[in-house]
Design a protein around this ligand. Sequence first.
Ligand SMILES: Cc1cc2nc3c(=O)[nH]c(=O)nc-3n(C[C@H](O)[C@H](O)[C@H](O)COP(=O)(O)OP(=O)(O)OC[C@H]3O[C@@H](n4cnc5c(N)ncnc54)[C@H](O)[C@@H]3O)c2cc1C
Length: 277
Amino acid sequence: MKAPAVDYLRPRTLTEAVDLLAHASVEARVIAGGQSLVAMMNLRVASPGLLIDIARLPELHAVASYSDAVTLGACVTHAAIEDRRVADPSRGLMPRVASTLAYRAIRTRGTIGGSLALSDPAAEWPAVLAALDAEVVLYGSSGRRSLKCTEFTTGIFQTKLAQNEILESARVPKLSPDARYGYVKLCRKSGEFASALAVVVTDPRRGYSRVVSGAANGSPLVLADTSRLVAEGPRDPDALRGTISGDLDRASDRHFDDFQRNLHTVAAMRAVQQVLV
Ligand SMILES: Cc1cc2nc3c(=O)[nH]c(=O)nc-3n(C[C@H](O)[C@H](O)[C@H](O)COP(=O)(O)OP(=O)(O)OC[C@H]3O[C@@H](n4cnc5c(N)ncnc54)[C@H](O)[C@@H]3O)c2cc1C
């Protein structure tokens, strides 16, 4: 099926894009890579009357490296991260993740901002940026605000993005040279969305350790007890299994059947093992 007819505008600045979004008389949506939105329009899951194309706005391609963090403009593509054409604050984690996301054709157009704004529960970036303790910068009619990624995604396709706001950038803390990470994506065949995701980041120099489960029937789930256990160092795998399982069971806002619980536990155990070996 083809998408229904829709008006299309391409603003020249971010401010102009926000003005168009705020003052549209029909349902307006920004379009970045279009890799999710166009499919949603074809399927009639989304029917905006106006598309505001932000893909070429220079502000949204800006990448800046600071002493403690890198900011990546929302329209940086998955492929640019995979190919290391932009600064990498994560010492290889983000390029590795990008290479597992969808197919190369999708990665050449799909953007990190589009993925965060959509917050598909099975998407990689919401989980990985939560594990890295990143923030998103949102720009709207009343100015800018920053939110931790752990607060930004609130549920399945749900975020704190307001109707008149555009996700401008992600601010990702730099990992220190001592940092370690683990990443596991379980899916039926490469290029598909994950059935389970696990991301582990430890950075002893910053006293930081976080284990996150993605594709977990909701927003990315921080496994708090497992994160503490990982910070303490190598563990017996059975203790780890029990702790991960306990963290999943304590997430009262979601239900895992036995198969899903096992899938997420195995993913988290494998990701933790990558950090501990
Ligand atoms: C076959 C297929 C397989 C895929 N597999 C995976 C996968 O394994 N893992 C994965 O993570 N993703 C996967 N994707 C999704 C892909 O990564 C998309 O690129 C991504 O989710 C959306 O990015 P986009 O730039 O294309 O956004 P668009 O499709 O342009 O927009 C998506 C939504 O976000 C909004 N939006 C976009 N940018 C902004 C912004 N800066 N501020 C505010 N709102 C914004 C749009 O209004 C729209 O509602 C897959 C897609 C396809 C088609």
